[in-house]
Each structure stands twice: as structure tokens, then as C-alpha cells.
Write a protein that binds this ligand. Structure first.
Ligand SMILES: [Mn+2]
Length: 499
């Protein structure tokens, strides 16, 4: 199975260390130093009586005995760099030297014959910088010993003061379990594994309090370290090249999936081992579907193609969308909408500076969109919410380990923050049909009918990935053609095939 070969290759890359394999990657050890620093920042924010535990993501079944390619839990990947299943990280500020411990699966010849190499303890230490590595079977005995204020892993007669401070906190009733709970599930929802484990723990160690450590990790992930910034830039560069290849693969008579293939080929060819999210390649009416995934339509002359795609490179993902005419030049109606969305993005970019908030970016874009829609006759009132009929989503989200990354939208923009700016307009018949049957809406439909007919089934989104640096705002996806002139110029070479 191809998937398995790729995973084995990935593990080899990790074992060799990034610097040896990935061009332009960081200095050997730089990644480990960064991982250590990330963990140290988390440990600083934990109480001396706290034990923070982070589990790896469960494998996901694709069909019968075949799993999806494994995707590690983003926070565990952020703190350890480990992509191996069945891995648990424990952080304990109250320990004297073993403040960070990782539990990994035991070697198993049969499983390794089927699924590839299992990291040795030495390899885990080399990759993570964590000195204390135990096998998975030791995890529960370790936790039980700690909260029973007993030592762990000592030979007969051996003593240690390693955990004295932690034990003292537990005895004083200040023992604390810090887990990445996040938002609580609804009462009717299935209880996530972490809650099941926490409840079992609570039944046994009722004197120990619980705390949600997700805000601690999320806050740190929101500010990309210099190392992360370097990797994110590389990641977005790969995705940028992929988009350019996709633009060259699009033509009337070809299928959406041929463009998708051209894009994802560039990911893999450059070491981005998977997409960061399923590619959205929607032509004609499909350009108005926000998360269209089918990629099954044959493109026709005059179509617009909306492509929203980005690769996952070393765990970091950007987010880029481009919309372009498969025949090489925008129709007048397509150009009007495109120019309006582009102007909205430009206004939003001006508002994207340190100290401002993402709401300022949203607002700047909305002002341009409202004025433009009024000018084009697609709304009759720029004060109300009519514009939301065609302007249907927010335009700014954090990027990083996850494409819709963690982070606080109330925080002012600051150096190290990475996000997108992605205004879009979508002219779907259904949007009108879904409006409540009120006098105002009937008037709105009537007065905008002619304009709607002109722009019907046009969907345009222009999305770039940005990073705030000390020197200001950086558009990481700047190499992807964006203006009408840049797009048409990039599409030109292949025009003959487009007729
Ligand atoms: Mn996006």
C-alpha cells in the first residue's frame, strides 16, 4: 500500500533530521531547540503541583482494515515533533530534572514489518530533545505513582528527590491534572476519550483538581517562533508553486481533478507530505460552493475556476485561494466582481497591522464590498445586511499547525501572528430563494434581478497567507499571480490549448 511506504519514508526523514534532507531547512538541532523552548514556555505557566498530559491523535479508519494516513494531534506535534501513534507527553514543573517525559509504543517486529519502523528511545530523545523516555505500558503506573506521592522506576534500595516538590504539592492538596480539554462537548454528544480518562482519574484521585491547559498551548501556538516562521514561509512557498502549476493545468475540456492533480503533485515533489486540507477546485457553478470537494466536473469555455488549496509542510499549513478564467481572460462581468473582491482584499491588507484586530480587517473589507455591490446594483441598501446574501463568510483566520489554527481573535495583531485575508463573493440562485419572504426581501430581489442575472453562478475568492513580522506585514503567498493583469499574463502561455 502506497500510504505505508510514504509513512516509512517520512520516519526516515525524521530520523535523519531535517537539515540533512530538506533544502533551505533549519540548522540541525534548531528544531529540537525550538521544541524544547516551546515546552519550557508551557512548563513556566503550570503550577508546581500540576501534571500536564497530552495524548497523540487516534488513528482513523478509512475503510475496513485501511486507515487514513495518520495525522498527529496538532498540539502534541507542536510540543514534541513526533508523528508516531500512541505517544503521550507529560510535563511536570514540580519534578527537579524530569520535567518532560514521553511515553512511546514498544518495538514490535510484526507490526514494524507491516507498518514500518517504531522509534527507539534514543531516536525519540534525538528528535524531541526529551531525555526521559518510557514505554507506553509505564504510563499509568507512572501517573498512579506520582499522585500517590510515590517514586517511580527506582531499583530496590535506590532513593531520589526527583519528585519531592511535586509530591509535597500533592500532599498539600495542590495536586493538579492539566489536560487539553478545550470547549466542553454538548450533553448529548459522545464523551471524548480525554473526558472518559479524566473521569476515571477523578474517581480515584478525588483530591486532585483539574484544569484546562488548552489556552496555555493555544496562546503559544498563536505566536510563531522564528523557526516556525521559517517553516511556514517554506510551506506557503510550496503551496504557491502548486497554485501556479494548477493555473497552468486548467483549460476548457479538462476536468477539475486534473488541476487538483497538478497542485498536489507539487506538494509531494517538494516534501509537503500531504494536503493541509482537502483541495477545493470548483469550476463554473461549483465556484459558488465554499468547501466543494468533488473535483469531478469538466470545465467549459468561459468558466471561472476557484481553487482553494495548500500543502502541509513539516506540520505547518498556509491557505491560498485563487479564482481565474479557464479560457485565459476574464469576461467583463467576471472582471467586475474580481476587481471588487481584490479591492476589498487590498483595503483589508491596509488594516492588517500590529495593534489592530482581525475585526478591523473584516470591517475594512466589508466597507468596500458594500459600496461595490451597491454600485453594481446587487444590493439596494449598503447600510443593512443585504450584502451578506453574496458575502457569506468571515475573511480572516489564523494559520499554522491547523489551517483554521488556534488563537484568540480578541488579541491585537502582533509580530509572529499568521493569518489569512480571504474576501469572497458568490452569486447563487439559492441565496435568494433562502431569503425570508418579506416585503423588503421581495423588493430587494426585484430591484437586483437584472444585476443578479448578469453575475449568476460567479464565485470569486482571493485568499493570501500573511505573517506579521517586526518589519511589518508579509504576504507569504506573494509569488502567486493575483491582479487581473498578473493572472491573465500567467495563463497566457497556454492560451492555444484553451480555445
Ligand atoms: Mn481560508
Amino acid at each position: 500500500m502506497i500510504g505505508m511506504w510514504r509513512r516509512a519514508a517520512r520516519l526516515t526523514i525524521l530520523a535523519l533530521g531535517f537539515a540533512a534532507v530538506v533544502p533551505g531547512a533549519a540548522r540541525a538541532g534548531e528544531y529540537q531547540d525550538d521544541l524544547k523552548a516551546r515546552r519550557a514556555r508551557v512548563i513556566q505557566k503550570l503550577d508546581p503541583g500540576a501534571m500536564m498530559i497530552v495524548w497523540s491523535a487516534p488513528a482513523k479508519v478509512y475503510s475496513t482494515d485501511v486507515n487514513y494516513e495518520y495525522r498527529q494531534d496538532s498540539s502534541l506535534l507542536y510540543l514534541t515533533g513526533l508523528e508516531q501513534e500512541e505517544t503521550i507527553l507529560v510535563l511536570m514543573p514540580g519534578a527537579s530534572t524530569k520535567k518532560e517525559v514521553v511515553f512511546v509504543r514498544e518495538p514490535n517486529a510484526r507490526r514494524e514489518h507491516w507498518n514500518g519502523h517504531t522509534l527507539t528511545k534514543e531516536e525519540v530523545t534525538a528528535q524531541t530533545g526529551i531525555e526521559t523516555v518510557y514505554f507506553l505500558s509505564q504510563f499509568e503506573p507512572f501517573v498512579t505513582a506520582m499522585f500517590n506521592t510515590r517514586n517511580f522506576g527506582l531499583r530496590r534500595g535506590e532513593t531520589t528527590t526527583e519528585w519531592d516538590a511535586f509530591h509535597a504539592e500533592v500532599r498539600a492538596g495542590r495536586g493538579k491534572l492539566a489536560l487539553l480539554f478545550g470547549p466542553r462537548p454538548a450533553p448529548s454528544q459522545e464523551l471524548p476519550e480525554i473526558y472518559v480518562w479524566a473521569n476515571r482519574f477523578r474517581e480515584r484521585f478525588f483530591g486532585v483538581s483539574m484544569t484546562d491547559a488548552k489556552p496555555i498551548v493555544d496562546d503559544l501556538r498563536q505566536i510563531k517562533t522564528p523557526y516556525e516562521q521559517k517553516v511556514l514561509e517554506k510551506s506557503v512557498l510550496i503551496s504557491s508553486d502548486a497554485h501556479k502549476a494548477g493555473m497552468r493545468a486548467a483549460a476548457p475540456g479538462r476536468f477539475e481533478h486534473e488541476v487538483e492533480a497538478a497542485i498536489e503533485q507539487v506538494y509531494l515533489a517538494n516534501g509537503a507530505m500531504s494536503w493541509g486540507y482537502p483541495s477545493i477546485v470548483g469550476s463554473g457553478p461549483n465556484s459558488t460552493i465554499l468547501h466543494y470537494e468533488a473535483s469531478s466536473r469538466k470545465m467549459e469555455p468561459g468558466d471561472l475556476l476557484l481553487v482553494d488549496a495548500a500543502g502541509n509542510y513539516q506540520g505547518l499549513t498556509g491557505d491560498i485561494t485563487r479564482t481565474y478564467p479557464v479560457s485565459g481572460t476574464f469576461s467583463p462581468a467576471q472582471k467586475e466582481i474580481y476587481q471588487l473582491v481584490l479591492a476589498a482584499q487590498e483595503a483589508a491588507i491596509l488594516a492588517a497591522r500590529a495593534g489592530n484586530k482581525t475585526q478591523d480587517i473584516e470591517k475594512a473589507s466589508e466597507e468596500v464590498i458594500k459600496a461595490g455591490l451597491l454600485r453594481l446594483g446587487l444590493i439596494t441598501d449598503a447600510k443593512g445586511d443585504q450584502f451578506r446574501t453574496w458575502y457569506t463568510h468571515g475573511i480572516c483566520h489564523w494559520i499554522g499547525m491547523d489551517v483554521h489554527d488556534v488563537g484568540d481573535y480578541e488579541k491585537p495583531l502582533a509580530a509572529g501572528m499568521a493569518f489569512t485575508i480571504e474576501p469572497g463573493l458568490y452569486f447563487r440562485e439559492q441565496a435568494l430563494n433562502d431569503l425570508a419572504d418579506t416585503k423588503a426581501n421581495r423588493e430587494f430581489k426585484e430591484k437586483t434581478a437584472a444585476a443578479f442575472a448578469k453575475y449568476r453562478n460567479i464565485g470569486v475568492r482571493i485568499e493570501d497567507s500573511f505573517l506579521i513580522t517586526d518589519a511589518g506585514l508579509k504576504r507569504l503567498s506573494a509569488t502567486v499571480p493575483r491582479t487581473v493583469e498578473e493572472v491573465e499574463a500567467w495563463l497566457k502561455p497556454q492560451t492555444p490549448a484553451r480555445r
